[in-house]
Ligand binder design. Structure first.
Ligand SMILES: *[C@@H]1O[C@H](CO)[C@@H](O)[C@H](O)[C@H]1NC(C)=O
Ligand SMILES: *[C@@H]1O[C@H](CO)[C@@H](O)[C@H](O)[C@H]1NC(C)=O
Ligand SMILES: *[C@@H]1O[C@H](CO)[C@@H](O)[C@H](O)[C@H]1NC(C)=O
Length: 430
C-alpha cells in the first residue's frame, strides 16, 4: 500500500519541475468540445442518412446545439470535423478541398458559421499520403496545407497518422507544427504520433511530443463500449509512470473521446468515464448526437464540479494509486494548495461484478494526505449530500460503489480545523 501512496507525490515533483511545452499560448487547460468521429465515423451517404452523414449540416447543427443546450456555457467550445470531409482529389492548384456535395459552401463558410456562434473550429488531416479513410493526406503539401488551414481560420488541427512512415513521425510532426506556427495563426495542434509508435512497440519521445503538440493520442481509438473505455483507462494506469509527467498546461495526453450520451455506456458507467477523464486531465471531446442526449446524461457532461476538476489550473495529471478488493482508486492533485499541501480529486471505481454496491473504507492518511489542519470532502455526483469536514487523518472514509460505477470526491485542504467536525464518529459514510 505504501508503495502506491508514494507514486502521486513523485509525479507531482516531476511535473512541477517543468516539462517544456509547446509555446503557442493555447490549451492551457484540456480542450473541450465536440468531435464527429466516434459517433458518425465515415457516413457519407446523405441520401439514406441525411441527419448523420459527414456534411456541413452535421457540424452547423452541432454548433447550434452546443450553444442552445448549454454545453458551450459549460466550456465545450470546439466543433471539430474528423475524417471524410475531403474531396477525393486536390484542386487544380494543389489545394485541399471539401467534398462539394456534402460541403457545398466550403470549409471557410463552415468555419465562419461556427465562429458566428462564439465557438472555435477544428479540422482533421493526416500526416501521410492519405487520411485513414483514403482521402488526400498532407505529405508533400505540408506548407500549402498549413496555409490553407490558416486561410480557413481553423483553430484546432487534428493530424492523424495513417499511410505514413511511423519511423519518420518524430521529424514529420514537429515539421508540420513549424508550418502551422509560420502561418502566424494560433491553432491547437493535436498529434497522433505516439498511438502509431506505441502499436509498433517503439520507444517514444514524449518530451518532444510535449514540446511540439498541444495534445496527443497515446493509444487505440475508443469504441462505444465499457470494455473499450476501461481498456484505455487500464493502459493509462499501466503507463502512468512514463506518461503523466509530460502533461501540463498547453500539453496533454489524450485517451480519446467521451462516449457519454451514446449507446454503449450505462448511466453509472458514464459517470465513471467522466471521473477518470477528469483525473487524467484529458481533453473532454464529446462525440454524440447532441439532440438526443437524455437529461441525466447531459447532467453528467455538464457537471460543473467535475469539469472544474478536469480544468484544474495546475494541470497535473492524476494516476491510479491502488487496486484493492476490486476497487480502483484514482487520485489527482488539484487546487487549492495550502502550506505546501495539495487538495485532491479521488475516484473510487468498482470493477467487481457481484451485484450489490460495495462498501469500501480508507483513511485520508492511507490516501496519502498529510495536512494536519484538516480537509473538507465534497461528493461531486451527489452534491446535496453536503460537505464533510475532517479534522483528523485517521477517521475512516466509507464509500459505497455500484458495480462499474464510481464515487467521485473532491478533498479540499483547509487552513484551519473546522468547527463542525464530522469525524467525531468512528467513520464517515459518503
Ligand atoms: C507516399 O507516396 C510517395 C509518392 O508516391 C511514395 O514515394 C512514398 O513511399 C509514400 N509513403 C508512404 C509512407 O506510403
Ligand atoms: C510560434 O512559436 C513561437 C516560439 O515558440 C511562439 O512564441 C509563438 O507564439 C508561436 N506562434 C504561433 C502562431 O503559434
Ligand atoms: C473497513 O474495511 C475493513 C476491511 O475491508 C473491514 O474489516 C472493516 O469492518 C471496515 N470498517 C468499517 C467501519 O466499515
Amino acid at each position: 500500500m505504501i508503495h502506491g501512496i508514494l507514486l502521486p507525490c513523485l509525479i507531482v515533483l516531476v511535473a512541477v519541475q517543468g516539462i517544456r511545452g509547446l509555446n503557442n499560448g493555447l490549451a492551457l487547460t484540456p480542450p473541450m468540445g465536440w468531435l464527429a468521429w466516434q459517433r458518425y465515423r465515415c457516413i457519407t451517404d446523405c441520401e439514406t442518412y441525411p441527419d448523420e452523414c459527414v456534411s456541413e449540416q452535421l457540424f452547423m447543427k452541432a454548433a447550434d446545439l452546443l450553444v442552445s443546450e448549454g454545453y458551450a456555457a459549460a466550456g465545450y467550445n470546439y466543433v471539430i470535423v474528423d475524417d471524410c470531409w475531403l474531396a477525393k482529389t486536390r484542386s487544380a492548384d494543389g489545394k485541399l478541398q471539401a467534398d462539394e456535395k456534402r460541403f457545398p459552401n466550403g470549409i471557410k463558410a463552415l468555419s465562419d458559421y461556427v465562429h458566428s456562434k462564439g465557438l472555435k473550429f477544428g479540422l482533421y488531416e493526416d500526416w501521410g499520403n492519405k487520411t485513414c479513410a483514403g482521402y488526400p493526406g498532407v505529405l508533400g503539401h505540408e506548407e500549402t496545407d498549413a496555409k490553407t488551414f490558416a486561410e480557413w481560420e481553423v483553430d484546432y488541427v487534428k493530424l492523424d497518422g495513417c499511410y505514413s512512415n511511423v519511423r519518420l513521425m518524430d521529424k514529420g510532426y514537429p515539421e508540420f507544427g513549424k508550418h502551422l506556427n509560420n502561418t502566424g495563426r494560433p491553432m491547437v495542434y493535436s498529434c497522433s504520433w505516439p498511438a502509431y509508435q506505441e502499436e509498433k512497440g517503439m520507444l517514444i519521445n514524449y518530451a518532444s511530443m510535449a514540446k511540439h503538440c498541444n495534445l496527443w493520442r497515446n493509444y487505440d481509438d475508443i469504441d462505444d463500449s465499457w470494455d473499450s473505455m476501461i481498456k484505455i483507462a487500464d493502459y493509462f494506469a499501466l503507463k502512468q509512470e512514463f506518461w503523466a509527467k509530460f502533461a501540463g498546461p498547453g500539453h496533454w495526453n489524450d485517451p480519446d473521446m467521451l462516449l457519454i450520451g451514446n449507446f454503449g455506456l450505462s448511466y453509472e458507467q458514464s459517470k465513471t468515464q467522466m471521473a477518470i477523464w477528469a483525473i487524467l486531465a484529458a481533453p473532454l471531446l464529446m462525440s454524440n448526437k447532441l439532440s438526443d442526449v437524455r437529461p441525466e446524461f447531459k447532467a453528467i457532461l455538464q457537471n460543473k464540479e467535475v469539469i472544474k476538476v478536469n480544468q484544474d489550473r495546475l494541470g497535473i495529471q492524476g494516476t491510479r494509486v491502488f487496486k484493492d478488493k476490486g476497487i480502483d482508486i484514482w487520485t489527482r492533485p488539484i487546487e487549492p494548495v495550502r502550506n505546501g499541501h495539495f487538495s485532491y480529486a479521488v475516484a473510487f471505481v468498482n470493477r467487481r461484478v457481484d451485484g450489490a454496491p460495495y462498501a469500501y473504507n480508507i483513511t485520508l492518511q492511507d490516501l496519502g494526505l498529510t495536512n494536519n489542519e484538516g480537509y473538507t470532502i465534497q461528493n461531486l455526483y451527489d452534491q446535496e449530500n453536503g460537505l464533510f469536514c475532517f479534522n483528523t487523518l485517521k477517521t475512516l472514509v466509507k464509500v459505497r460503489v455500484i458495480p462499474s460505477g464510481v464515487v467521485f470526491l473532491r478533498i479540499n485542504v483547509e487552513s484551519s480545523k473546522c468547527d463542525q467536525d464530522t469525524t467525531k464518529k468512528k467513520y464517515v459514510f459518503i
